[in-house]
Design a protein around this ligand. Sequence first.
Ligand code: PNS
Length: 175
Amino acid sequence: MKRVVCPGSFDPITHGHLDIIGRASEIYDEVVIAVLVNREKSSLFTVEERIEMINETVKGLKNVTVDSWSGLLVDYCRANSISAIVKGLRAVSDFDYELQMAQMNQELAGVETLFMATRPQYSFLSSSLVKEIATYGGDVSAHLPKTVLDLMQTRLAEVKSGSSADNKDDEKAGR
Ligand code: PNS
């Protein structure tokens, strides 16, 4: 049985992520989506909220599960008997950093990284850009599942009105 992990921040999950996850689920027996806690980044959604959103959007994919992890990705892989990471590559600009991480993860724990070419229509898509555009009122409805879009617009309105602070992953993880 081949179990792989699709790691990321998923703040929030986009159609670009879902495309890679869906295609990976056709190749491997089990795909685990791991929401990685990033201590440096402040996020729009808590890890729990991201997990809930992802679960909602992948419920049609029977061999896909969702989890979270704080720490090294290779430690997650070791703890869960995962031998490979699947990542989408959007453009050459992704390549340098992704290659470094892939080589480091291989060196650290023998965990392999498989890169999947993003479909061209998603090559410019990122969670950060989507959040930025939506913050200024731009239309990002083509890039996110409807449930995620609605939650993001609600959260951005809360942030704008001051009723919701930015989430620090660290705080939400109870540290
Ligand atoms: O969606 P992102 O933010 O581009 O995902 C990056 C992520 C979370 C996959 C990457 O930062 C990561 O693997 N973080 C876990 C910590 C870790 O293992 N760092 C060492 C990488 S060699």
